[in-house]
Design a protein around this ligand. Structure first.
Ligand code: M6R
Length: 614
C-alpha cells in the first residue's frame, strides 16, 4: 500500500506532487507528505497525519518552491499514523529525503546497526532505514553517485519496496527503484515523473515506462530518464504502457462520491467486456492463449483471490464445476501461501485481482507458477504486476476504480469468470455451442437488468432508517447466492462499520442463529433457483426468532413477499447469472447506510484500495 510520486524539471512540481498524491489516496490515507529542493538547494519537507487535503493546507502556509521533489500517501504498517511517521523520511544531515511503498522486513536489524554507527532516528517506521543507508552509501562507496548510492542501500534490504530519493547535492535529480512494489516513470518535454501507478501521470502523458523489479532509474530535469537493470546494464528498450483512458475517468464527474459513480458505471463496463466475445465457434477468449486441446486437458483449477475478488472466485468455482465438470480449489491468497497445494500436470490457476497488485495474490500466483501451473489473471489494471507475471490476462475494462470498496470491478470480474467457465466447458465437451450461446445471450441482458435495479433504489432507501443504528446484521444465501451474501456483508461492514456476518443459509442453525432476536436484521438472498425452498425454510427459522427479514428475491415471488419484512426485487435470471445483478442492491444498500451515518464512503477507516503487503 502507500502511494509515491516524484518529479523533476517542472515548475509545477508542488502541484504535480499534491495532485498526484490525491489520485493515489486510494492506496492509503493515514498521512501524507512531500519534500522539495528549493532553488538555493535546501530540502523542505512538509508532512502530516491525515489526508492530502490537510497536507495541501500545510503546504500553502509553507510557501514551497522548487522544480524537484517527492511525495507519499501512507497506509500505516510500522508505526502509528502520526506526523513523525509520515513520509518523506530524511537522513541525519537533512540533505536526503526518501519515500517508500512496501515493507522492509529486516528493518529492526538494520536500525540497530545504523544506530550503533551513530545514526539518529526520528520515526518508528521501517522505511526510515533507507534514508540512513543511502546517507552512508552517498558519503562512502557511492562517492556522490545517486544510482550507486541507491543500489548500495537496497542491497541491504529484505522485503518489498518502491523508493524515490532526492539529495540536495544533486538538486535536479530524482532516483527511483522497485522490488515487489509497483512503479512507473514518464518523460515529457516539461520534465520527468515517477508514480506508483499511472493515475498521477494520466493528466500529463499517454505513455509510461514500467520499471522491472530491481531496475534503478535516474530522472533528470530535462526529462531524460536513464534506467539500469539489476546487473547495472542500461535498459535500452524498457516495457512501455499506453494509457488508454481519459484522466477524467478518475474524477467525480458530478457524483457525490466515487462509489456511487462506480456503481452507476456497471452496465457500460459489462457491455464493453462482452462486446465481440461470441463467434460462430463459441466464446472468444484469445487472452487465455491456450488451444482447445490444451483447455480440454485442464483437469484441475485453482482459484486465488482476496476480499471481493475472492467472492468472485466462489461463483467462478460453482460455474466451472457445474458447466465444465472440472474440480476447483479456491483459496484466500494469504492462506494458500502456507498450505499444501496439490497440483496436477494440467492445473490451471485463475488469479482474480482488481488492482493486480495485491501482494498475497501475487505471491500465491508465483508459487503456483513455480509448481508448473499455467497462470491466468482476471484484473482491471492494465500492465499490473499480476498481468505481467501471468501466462494470459483478461482485462475487465471497468475503468479506474477509485473507491476503496470494490463495486464495478466485482461485477465485471464475475462476467469475465463466466466467460472462462464457458470457454473451458465448451473446450472439454461438457457444453454444446448452443448451450454456451444461451448463457452468453443471458449475459447480454445483465446491463439492462442492473439499470432496472437503479430505478428501484427507493427499495433500498426505505431501509436506511431501520439499519442506520444497527449494531450487527446477518447475510444468508445458498449456492452461488452465498457468495452474494459474503460480498453484500463485506460492502456493509467496510463502509458503514456495522458488523455484518455472512453465512451459508443452511449453516445458520449451527451457530449464528443465536444472534437472532427481535428486530435483528437478516438479509437473505433467495432467487428462484434449485435451493429456493431450502432457503425459504432458513428464512422462516430466522423469522420465528424475531429476525427482521430483508430478502433479495426474484420479481413476482409471492412466497418471499409473504414472508419477508422488506424485499429488494431483482429481475428473473438463471442461477449463475443472477448474482451479478443481485449484488447491485446490496452495494446500494451499504452506500445509503454509510452515507446516512455521515461516513466517508470512498475512504473507509483502516483500509486501502491496493494491499501490497503480505
Ligand atoms: O485488488 P484486489 O482485487 O486484489 O483486492 C483484493 C481486496 O483487497 C479487495 O477486494 C478488498 O476486499 C476491497 N476493499 C473490497 O471492497
Amino acid at each position: 500500500m502507500c502511494g509515491i510520486v516524484g518529479c523533476t524539471g517542472t515548475d509545477k512540481a508542488v502541484n504535480f506532487l499534491l495532485n498526484g498524491l490525491a489520485t493515489l489516496e486510494y492506496r492509503g490515507y493515514d498521512s501524507a507528505g512531500i519534500a522539495t529542493i528549493s532553488p538555493d538547494h535546501n530540502l523542505h519537507v512538509v508532512k502530516c497525519q491525515g489526508r492530502v487535503a490537510t497536507l495541501r493546507d500545510r503546504v500553502k502556509n509553507a510557501n514551497l518552491v522548487g522544480t524537484c521533489g517527492i511525495g507519499h500517501t501512507r497506509w500505516a504498517t510500522h508505526g502509528v499514523p502520526s506526523d513523525r511517521n509520515a513520509h518523506p523520511h530524511t537522513d541525519c544531515s537533512g540533505k536526503i529525503a526518501v519515500v517508500h511503498n512496501g515493507i522492509i522486513e529486516n528493518y529492526e536489524d538494520l536500525r540497530a546497526q545504523l544506530k550503533e554507527a551513530g545514526h539518529e532516528f526520528k520515526s518508528d517506521t521501517d522505511s526510515e532505514v533507507v534514508a540512513h543507508l543511502f546517507e552512508d552509501a552517498w558519503n562512502g562507496p557511492a562517492k556522490g553517485n545517486l544510482i550507486a548510492a541507491l543500489r548500495n542501500a537496497v542491497a541491504r534490504l529484505e522485503g518489498s519496496w518502491a523508493l524515490a530519493v532526492v539529495c540536495t547535492d544533486e538538486p535536479d535529480s530524482v532516483v527511483v527503484t522497485r522490488h515487489g512494489s509497483p512503479l512507473v516513470v514518464a518523460s515529457t518535454p516539461e520534465g520527468a515523473y515517477a508514480a506508483s501507478d499511472v493515475m498521477p501521470l494520466a493528466a500529463i502523458t499517454k505513455h509510461v515506462i514500467q520499471l522491472a523489479d530491481d531496475d534503478i532509474a535516474l530522472l533528470q530535469k530535462d526529462g531524460t530518464i536513464t534506467i539500469y537493470d539489476a546487473n547495472g546494464d542500461e535498459v535500452k528498450d524498457p516495457a512501455t504502457l499506453d494509457i488508454d483512458w481519459d484522466a477524467s475517468a478518475a474524477t467525480l464527474g458530478g457524483y457525490p462520491d466515487f462509489m456511487s459513480k462506480e456503481i452507476s458505471e456497471q452496465p457500460e463496463a459489462i457491455e464493453r467486456l462482452l462486446k465481440g466475445r461470441l463467434t460462430d465457434k463459441g466464446i472468444r477468449l484469445d487472452e487465455l492463449d491456450m488451444s482447445n486441446e490444451e483447455l480440454a486437458q485442464v483437469d484441475r483449477v485453482y482459484i486465488i483471490g482476496c476480499g471481493t475478488s475472492y467472492h468472485v472466485g466462489l461463483i467462478a468455482r460453482n460455474m466451472i464445476q457445474h458447466w465444465a465438470k472440472i474440480p476447483v480449489d479456491i483459496e484466500y491468497a494469504s492462506e494458500f501461501l502456507y498450505s499444501d497445494a496439490l497440483v496436477t500436470d494440467h492445473t490451471l490457476c485463475l488469479i482474480i485481482t482488481q488492482s493486480g497488485e495485491t501482494a498475497d495474490t501475487f505471491a500465491a500466483a508465483r508459487r503456483l507458477k513455480s509448481m508448473g501451473c499455467r497462470i491466468f489473471a482476471i484484473t482491471n489494471v492494465l500492465g499490473s504486476s499480476a498481468a505481467r507475471e501471468s501466462d494470459g490476462t483478461i482485462y475487465v475494462q471497468a475503468g479506474p476504480e477509485v473507491s476503496v470498496s470494490s463495486t464495478k470491478a466485482y461485477t465485471a470480474q464475475m462476467v469475465a469468470a463466466t466467460l472462462v467457465a464457458l470457454r473451458l466447458a465448451q473446450a472439454n465437451g461438457n457444453m454444446t455451442l448452443d448451450e454456451v450461446k444461451k448463457v452468453y445471450c443471458e449475459l447480454l441482458t445483465v446491463p439492462d437488468a442492473i439499470r432496472k435495479i437503479f430505478k428501484r433504489t427507493w427499495q433500498d432507501k426505505q431501509l436506511v432508517k431501520k439499519l442506520k443504528h444497527a449494531q450487527s446484521m446477518l447475510y444468508l444465501g445458498r449456492g452461488s447466492s452465498s457468495a452474494t451474501a459474503y460480498e453484500g456483508a463485506l460492502k456493509m461492514k467496510e463502509i458503514s462499520y456495522i458488523h455484518a456476518e455472512a453465512y451459508p443459509a443452511g449453516e445458520m442453525k449451527h451457530g449464528p442463529i443465536a444472534l437472532v432476536e427481535s428486530g435483528f436484521p437478516v438479509v437473505a438472498i433467495v432467487p428462484q433457483d434449485h435451493v429456493h425452498d431450502k432457503t425459504l425454510s432458513n428464512i422462516m427459522e430466522a423469522k420465528s426468532r424475531g429476525g427482521y427479514i430483508i430478502a433479495v428475491a426474484t420479481d413476482g415471488d409471492e412466497e418471499v413477499a409473504n414472508l419477508a419484512d422488506h424485499v429488494l426485487w431483482v429481475p428473473p435470471m438463471s442461477e449463475y447469472i443472477i448474482p451479478i445483478v443481485s449484488i447491485v442492491h446490496l452495494q446500494i444498500l451499504a452506500l445509503y447506510v454509510a452515507r446516512a451515518k455521515g461516513l466517508d464512503v470512498d475512504k473507509p477507516r483502516n483500509l486501502a484500495k491496493s494491499v501490497t503487503v503480505e
